[in-house]
Ligand binder design. Structure first.
Ligand SMILES: Cc1ncc(COP(=O)(O)O)c(C=O)c1O
Length: 421
């Protein structure tokens, strides 16, 4: 994916969507079908995603943020409840809990991230210390597509079972909390569709999972997202699915498709709820992306292996996407420049941009952001998050990169960064 803006100058965008003729044709077919909002294509995508993720049900929505928020609402989490979230993530992980009225408690990451895969992952001792009788959920984030250590999280919530008070703010939420009877484990899988750990797909690991299909993600529907969950004994998945439908469509007892049936004009409003459904135009993109997804994951892996070889040669710390424990979805390539601070890192990013290599930073920790500072959080209390962030650069990693583009990134990165080592 090279745009020649000036003679001899390659510009490599950070993360353009990979849309083939197949997606375009399916969108056109949806537009011509007479059904453009939530309908048969959305339902088909939900079924195929559930098969892919090895879960009973998937609900397609308009974003991961909506999916995570509805996961909280389904579990009856709201005012008076606490939700534990890593300080090192995108805002949506925390803001979805805030939308429900819950209080977010940030936890720092492990120093230099997970010792094996280097993912900026929560410090689990700190997670354990943060649990109180008000804690209803812990949200782990599979940053860059690497699945967090849910074995550890489940062990912690089991150990703290005696502190858990099951008292959701809805009948369904109360029943879910009573049945699970420990702090709920949520997976923010915005980056990790298709990743697996110890033979399990993301989606069948945590209690509730949300995915993002935003334009920059591996798998896109332009905007979009989905929720899934593990079966909960004694609670019918159809009841849970129906509640997601209500929450995502104004609390309306019949969706637009159901209302087209003869004589079926009448509906009820069961709650003054939200509007975050997926349309069939979005689902049309997703259906054809899913056909191609395995190939997209393999191409990502090939690019990652190339970048790994470069970083290893230069002594640059990088994520290990593929380990004995698990296969990442290969969403982001995080590289950390040894000895660099924020000033040097910014200089490198600018110099790479001048050479046509667009990079990024994932993430500036949330306690550095205005909204969270105003809530009283201070980055000084999250030294490992700051340390991880200050020398981090995210390289372009996407399936529109040709081999020549990857060569270009490698040569420019090597050329610029070697001056700082
Ligand atoms: C870790 C994480 N969680 C949640 C989201 C929110 O996704 P969406 O834009 O689909 O709401 C993102 C988006 O980039 C993300 O990176």
């Amino acid at each position: 994916m090279v745009k020649k803006v000036m003679e001899n100058k390659r510009v490599i965008p950070f993360s353009p969507p990979d849309i083939s003729e197949a997606e375009i044709e399916e969108v056109v077919a949806a537009l011509k079908s007479g059904w453009i909002t939530t309908g048969p294509r959305t339902k088909e995508l939900e079924k195929r995603l559930a098969d892919y993720c090895h879960t009973s049900r998937v609900v397609c929505l308009n974003s991961a943020t909506a999916a995570e928020e509805l996961n909280f609402r389904i579990c009856g989490i709201g005012e008076g409840d606490e939700v534990i979230v890593p300080a090192y993530t995108y805002t949506a992980t925390a803001s979805a809990a805030i939308h429900c009225g819950a209080t977010v408690k940030f936890v720092d990451i492990q120093k230099d991230g997970n010792s094996i895969n280097r993912m900026p992952e929560m410090d689990y001792d700190k997670v354990s210390e943060a649990i109180t009788p008000k804690t209803k959920a812990i949200v782990a984030v599979d940053i860059a597509g690497i699945i967090a250590d849910y074995d550890k999280l489940f062990k912690i919530v089991e150990q703290k079972r005696n502190l858990f008070v099951p008292d959701g703010n809805t009948d369904l939420g109360r029943r879910i909390q009573k049945t699970i009877n420990r702090v709920l484990v949520f997976d923010d899988a915005a980056h990790s569709l298709g990743a697996s750990r110890k033979g399990k797909m993301v989606g069948e690991i945590a209690d509730f999972t949300d995915y993002s299909f935003h334009a920059v993600k591996n798998f896109t529907t332009a905007e979009g997202g989905a929720s899934t969950w593990r079966d909960i004994s004694g609670i019918d998945n159809e009841e849970i699915y129906h509640q997601y439908q209500l929450y995502s469509l104004h609390g309306q007892s019949k969706d637009a498709l159901a209302k087209t049936k003869i004589g079926a004009w009448e509906y009820d409003i069961e709650g003054a709820w939200y509007k975050c459904n997926m349309t069939d135009i979005m689902a049309a993109i997703g259906l054809r992306q899913l056909d191609r997804y395995q190939g997209l994951l393999e191409r990502r892996r090939a690019i990652i292996e190339r970048y790994d070889a470069m970083c290893d040669e230069m002594g640059i710390r990088h994520l290990n996407h593929y380990t004995d424990d698990g296969e990442s979805s290969g969403h982001l390539y995080l590289a950390r420049i040894p000895g660099a601070d924020d000033t040097v890192r910014r200089e490198i990013i600018n110099r790479l941009a001048e050479r046509g290599v667009m990079t990024n930073v994932h993430y500036k920790p949330l306690p550095m952001m205005t909204a969270y500072r105003q809530l009283g959080w201070d980055i000084k209390d999250f030294p490992n998050s700051y340390d991880y962030y200050q020398n981090l650069i995210t390289l372009p990693l996407h399936t529109k990169l040709t081999d020549e583009d990857v060569d270009h990134v490698v040569s420019q990165f090597t050329d610029v960064v070697k001056e700082y080592l």
